[in-house]
Write a protein that binds this ligand. Structure first.
Ligand code: ADP
Length: 846
């Protein structure tokens, strides 16, 4: 029995049992049986059928013979039981009914879907057919180009969006050095060098995302399966016309050769540009050296024109602006020697010549490139029809008109004309070079003009200066002469008893002497400065010890410092400080600094002087606690006649020449001198830096400056010759006071006679005497055998070095400047007589 029949039987039995009055439990059993069958998977229609059969049979068993339409219910109980049974059955059937209804609805919808599915299917089929047709067309096309694709010189690849290779042509396989059949399935990324991989993946990702569709000329390094890395250029297009088959199409090109060519081209271009730039620099350098090399600017400009003609053009014209504003042709330079005649003709005319009329003025306002060169332009540039005709013979191609301007003033015009065949047009670099040349020419012209002005000014100034120096020299000379007897007489007078015992007279004479000495010092300074300025003073280059010079200078000012109650500290290097120089002049410098320090320091102040070695130099430092110097004047005090303070009004101040002279002397020794001061009332420091003598020049510095000790001389017979009575008298008095016997003569003739007759131990003679001067006299004396070894001292005018040198060269053994101080005379006399004695001793046998 099948499940449906079993269910029907169970339901019927339960139904009959219920109708027979066995209670509702039987009915519930029938209901439960139906539910279980549904749960077990029995179809709804089967369940309905199984239920339907017992219901029908129940109705038939309860119904009258004629049918069930009008049931004849005779027993109310059994009627009610049937009613209830039917109701229960109907209730038990309701879920099935609902399901059934749902199924029916679902079935309807299913039907609907099915029909729409069918139409979709139809649509798909049609599309498929179209696709197939298209695919066939593509295949056909592809077939046609397959050979081309396969044997194309560039590599073609198709990859998935992740870069997995789907297809590759022969060239791609060759580039990747992998057999073509092995490529599908491999990742293109594997062929990219590691360094480029991240970028490669990033681009793939962006192609994938659709943010880029195409990449062209993507430079990348490919690492083939074999062989070296190669540079490649990639082009990739995302193919997404049918999203499901999206792929990437690649064009791979090996660009090794291209790179090589590019590199070569770059090298060549760079080399060419470099060579051209180098040439341009060379031209500029050459032009610059031409412009500074010659004192005559026009010669230089002609040189520049020739240079420019050969490098920049066929022709180069230079016209200059004359003082009246007109233009003058300076040069028409040409590169081609065969055009020499034309050049000569052109030089007779002036480009843009004559007056600068408004048309030409505009033409010369700024640099201009004229191209092509028309007959109108030639007419405008020419100074007349003949010139215009000549210009047309140039066969000019284009012209660069470069006005030479300085401070917005036109000083000339540089015109470059390129000729056919030489160059087509002026490139920017050539134009820049032309403009630069024009600028340099303008500058050279301006410099020449300024130089002319400066030279004229300088000549005027020099003339004035020479006149001043001459005036100062003459004046000083003239002033010094009368001073000599004043100083001598006062010195003499103050020793005379009537005067030394009369306080008033003594004071007066002392004042006269002091002022006369001051005057003499001023005059000497003036003379010194003019002589140094005129280069008339030459310094010796002997080995000296600066420590010795400092010591000598310190001794000279010690007394002066003590009088003012100034402490004087000396600190010297333990070893000598060797320098090459003129001891007298260097002493003058140090003395000047020390005397100034004393002069400009108030009572009870401090002065110190020290020497230090600094590298290859030595420094003498003079410091005081005096009135100090305003920083604004630190340099100016070294100018002649400059004084920072008004202290020159005080009697001890000089003319303000001491430091100017000191600086000149130090300069002559290749040294430096400068002042330092923290300000007024804060003391001053003066420093002198001098180069140390080189090793090879060094001997014993100390020995080199050793002075013979001065001492009283033995009594001598002295012949004194001078045309000035005052001098004769003074010196005679001084010499006699020293214990010597003195004979005098007032001119050269008498002097010679006296020498012959008198045979003196020593001759002292003036140099400048009328008729027979000192030199002549000495020559005559030296011609006399008995007198040829007699020591002779020259008296020179004002300590002029030239006179001293000349006197020594003429045979004098020493020099004194008039009027000599007694101590000076004594020292020199002693020195000479001792020398003579030594010579005599050496000459004597035994
Ligand atoms: P002067 O004969 O006037 O001293 P110098 O040329 O020697 O001439 O000095 C120039 C000026 O420099 C002086 O007038 C003075 O004003 C200033 N001067 C020089 N030395 C000192 C110093 N030690 N202290 C202050 N001022 C000084």
């Amino acid at each position: 029995m099948n499940a449906v029949a079993a269910l029907a039987r169970e339901c019927e039995v339960a139904m009959q049992a219920y109708l027979a009055g066995s209670g509702e439990a039987a009915l519930r059993r029938a209901y439960e049986a139906g539910r279980r069958a549904l749960a077990d998977g029995m179809g709804v229609l089967d369940i309905l059928a199984a239920h339907q059969a017992p219901i029908i049979r129940a109705l038939q068993s309860q119904a009258p013979e004629e049918g069930i339409r009008e049931p004849d219910i005779r027993e109310p109980d059994s009627e009610r039981a049937l009613e209830r049974a039917l109701h229960c059955l109907a209730e038990s059937l309701s879920p099935f009914e609902m399901v059934f209804r749902g199924v029916q609805e679902a079935n309807g919808r299913l039907q609907q879907s099915l029909s729409s599915l069918r139409s979709v299917e139809e649509q798909l089929r049609r599309q498929n057919e179209e696709l197939l047709a298209a695919h066939r067309a593509v295949e056909k096309e592809r077939g046609r180009y397959q050979a081309l694709y396969d044997f194309a010189p560039d590599g073609y690849l198709v990859t998935g969006l992740e870069g997995a290779i789907l297809e590759a042509n022969t060239a791609a396989a060759a580039i990747l050095q992998t057999p073509k059949e092995l490529l599908p399935g491999q990742s293109l990324c594997e062929f990219v060098v590691k360094a480029d991989r991240d970028e490669f993946r990033e681009r793939l990702r962006r192609l994938h995302m659709g943010s880029i569709e195409k990449v062209e000329d993507w430079q990348i390094s490919i690492r083939p399966r074999e062989g070296p890395t190669i540079p490649a250029a990639l082009t990739v297009v995302a193919e997404r016309s049918v999203p499901a088959v999206a792929s990437l199409r690649w064009l791979i090109r090996d660009v090794t050769e291209r790179k090589r060519l590019e590199k070569e081209r770059d090298r060549w271009m760079f080399g060419r540009a470099k060579a051209q730039a180098a040439r341009r620099f060379e031209i500029l350098a050459e032009a610059s050296s031409l412009l500074v090399g010659s004192a005559d600017v026009e010669t230089s400009l002609i040189g520049v024109a020739r240079l420019a003609a050969s490098f920049l053009a066929g022709w180069c014209f230079i016209s200059l602006v004359e003082p009246d504003g007109s233009l003058r042709q300076l040069e028409a330079a040409h590169a081609d020697p065969s055009t020499a005649d034309l050049a000569n003709d052109l030089r007779r005319h002036c480009l843009f010549g004559g007056a600068v009329d408004p048309g030409r003025g505009a033409l010369l306002a700024a640099p201009q490139l004229i191209e092509p060169l028309t007959a109108e332009w030639y007419d405008l540039a020419a100074d007349g029809p003949r010139h215009s005709a000549l210009l047309q013979q140039l066969s000019g191609n284009s012209a660069l008109v470069l006005p030479m301007r300085i401070h917005n003033r036109l000083v000339g015009v540089l015109t470059l004309v390129s000729v056919f065949g030489a160059r087509r047009r002026y490139r920017p670099a050539a134009r820049a070079l032309g403009e630069d040349l024009a600028r340099r020419c303008a500058l050279a012209l301006e410099n020449a003009r300024l130089y002319r002005e400066v030279v004229a000014e300088r000549d005027k100034a020099e003339q004035a200066n020479r006149a001043k120096d001459q005036f100062v020299a003459i004046l000083s000379h003239e002033l010094r002469n009368p001073l000599t007897p004043i100083v001598g007489w006062t010195r003499n007078l103050k020793r005379r008893t009537p005067i030394s015992q009369d306080p008033l007279l003594a004071e007066g004479v002392k004042a006269i002497e002091k002022n006369a000495l001051t005057l003499r010092r001023l005059i000497d300074d003036c003379l010194d400065l003019t002589r140094i300025s005129e280069g008339k003073i030459q310094t010796e280059r002997k080995l000296v010890d600066l420590n010795q010079i400092v010591l000598t200078s310190v001794e000279a000012v010690r007394q002066m410092a003590a009088e003012r109650d100034l402490s004087l500290q000396v600190e010297l290097t333990p070893e000598p400080v060797p320098a090459l120089g003129d001891a007298t002049r260097l002493e003058q410098v140090i003395m000047n600094l020390l005397v100034n320090a004393v002069k400009y320091t108030k009572k009870s102040g401090r002065i110190s002087i020290r020497t230090v070695r600094i590298g290859a130099e030595t420094e003498v430092e003079v410091t005081d606690t005096g009135i100090g110097i305003d920083p604004a004047f630190l340099e100016r005090i070294f100018e002649p006649f400059r004084q920072e303070t008004s202290s020159w009004l005080r009697s001890e101040a000089g003319l303000g020449l001491g430091l100017a002279i000191a600086r000149r002397i130090v300069d002559m020794h290749d040294g430096r001198i400068w002042a330092e001061s923290a300000g007024l009332e804060r003391g001053s420091t003066f420093r002198v830096r001098l180069p140390l003598a080189a090793e090879e020049d060094q001997g014993s510095a100390a020995a080199a400056v050793e002075q013979p000790p001065a001492g009283p001389a033995n009594s001598l017979r002295i012949l004194l010759i001078d045309d000035l009575d005052d001098i004769l008298f003074l010196m005679k008095t001084d010499l006699e006071r020293m214990g010597h016997t003195v004979m005098t003569a007032t001119d050269g003739h008498r002097g010679l006679e006296a020498a012959k007759a008198y045979h003196p131990d020593l001759i002292i003679s003036d140099i400048r005497m009328p008729v027979v001067d000192g030199y002549e006299l000495l020559r005559a004396i030296r011609d006399i055998p008995d007198l040829n070894a007699t020591p002779a001292i020259a008296l020179t005018g004002f300590g002029a070095k030239a006179d001293i040198e000349r006197a020594l060269a003429a045979g004098f053994n020493g020099c004194l400047s008039k009027p000599a101080e007694p101590e000076e005379i004594a020292a020199l006399v002693k020195q000479l007589t001792e020398k003579r004695r030594a010579v005599h001793a050496g000459a004597q046998p035994g």
